[in-house]
Design a protein around this ligand. Structure first.
Ligand code: MRU
Length: 359
């Protein structure tokens, strides 16, 4: 990607965070600069910066920004963590940077002590590890892609959401490079069209054979035998293997089961939340009705029409064929296997050490 999704700016231009405004894509590649945490929170809420892994990186840089500005770091961290509720990576990234700040002697009053540089170093480390996780997921996930694969994906999971090449999209890119990708089917992903606007943008730039479809067309596409694999990302994975992802993912999982198509999820372990025992414990963000009743600023329903607009849905583990992480593949998706690969005790373990649990 020529313009990175997120870039830290040191003084004199900063401290600040530069974002590629994802609400403007694909029409315009515009940069938005966040010079303080309220501006970053506004960018997160309106999805200028979005996607689970990138939200973790953005949250960590936000803590560093607050510290280096001399703001109230704990208050800023609390506000950042609450900006969007479903992607656990956001609160994870914020708490990692906050812990680094505190360990370096930061205090509630802020100031120019060692806390700010320590939080900044932690944010950079999270970004670098996420890039490494992308590459590792691509390697592990490629084994699940058959030759000549026609892959259906939902929402957006590429470099726009990651320090590297993404999650599910990193696997798709690896399949393309290995000559295994015959076709990428891109769900448009109503209501905010992350598939049509962002995944098609990334697929086009990467030269992938691809086509966009209305979300409702996935059923007939599968019935026609034109899908070999459904591959998506995740915003939070509960301890039992329930997967929260962009609304519409659950429908795909049901369809995939009905048509005998594997349904595979890719996510870094920073997306695994062992404190959420099951899908019911995952908070699902509800967004404004305007996102559903307007399209490109134009009304598509009578003014004032109410709308049901959950940003995510939860797919039960029984419908998930496998979860690809940087540490290996969770298959079958059981609570025991999620704990082995997603557990904090394995943070220091090399990926290959845990790649073959309970097959
Ligand atoms: O509301 P968004 O656009 O932030 O939702 C993003 C998704 O649901 C992605 O599919 C998910 O975060 C995986 S990102 C690798």
């Amino acid at each position: 990607m020529s313009i990175p999704a997120l870039r830290w700016l040191d003084p004199p231009a900063g401290p600040a965070i530069e974002l590629l405004d994802q609400t403007r894509l694909p029409a315009r590649e515009e940069i938005v600069t966040c010079a303080d945490v309220p501006a970053l929170i506004e960018a997160i809420r309106r999805l200028a910066v979005r996607g689970a892994p990138l939200l973790g990186i953005a949250g960590a840089y936000g803590v560093a920004l607050a510290a280096l500005r001399g703001d109230d770091v704990r208050a800023a961290a609390a506000d950042l963590a609450a900006a969007r509720p479903t992607a656990v990576n956001l609160s994870w990234g914020v708490s990692r940077a906050l812990a680094a700040w505190a360990a370096a002697g930061g205090n509630c009053a802020g100031g120019a002590g060692g806390g700010g540089p320590a939080a900044l170093a932690e944010a950079a480390d999270i970004a670098a590890r996420d890039a490494a996780a992308s590459a590792a997921m691509a390697g592990h996930g490629l084994a699940l892609v058959p030759p000549g694969a026609r892959i259906l994906t939902h929402c957006n999971t590429g470099a726009l959401v990651s320090g590297g090449e993404g999650t599910a999209f990193a696997i798709i890119l690896a399949a393309h490079r290995a000559g295994r990708l015959a076709q990428l089917w891109v769900d448009e992903t109503r209501p905010l069209l992350q598939g049509a606007r962002l995944t098609a943008y990334e697929a086009r730039r990467a030269g992938l054979p691809h086509a966009v479809l209305a979300d409702g067309a996935a059923a007939s596409l599968m019935a026609a035998g034109a899908v070999d694999l459904v591959l998506t990302g995740a915003d939070r994975i509960a301890a039992d293997g329930s997967v929260a992802n962009k609304v519409g993912t659950y429908s795909l999982a049901v369809l995939a089961r009905h048509h005998g198509v594997p349904f595979v999820v890719a996510a870094p372990v920073s997306t695994v939340d062992l404190d959420a025992p099951d899908g019911a414990a995952i908070p699902v963000e509800q967004r404004p009705a305007t996102e559903v009743i307007t399209l490109g600023g134009q009304p598509i329903a009578p003014d004032g029409t109410d709308a049901y607009n959950p940003a995510f849905d939860v797919t039960p583990p029984s419908l998930v064929t496998a979860i690809v992480t940087e540490r290996g593949v969770i298959q079958p998706v059981t609570a025991g296997n999620v704990r082995v690969l997603g557990g904090a005790t394995l943070l220091a373990a090399p990926p290959d050490a845990v790649s073959d649990v309970e097959r």
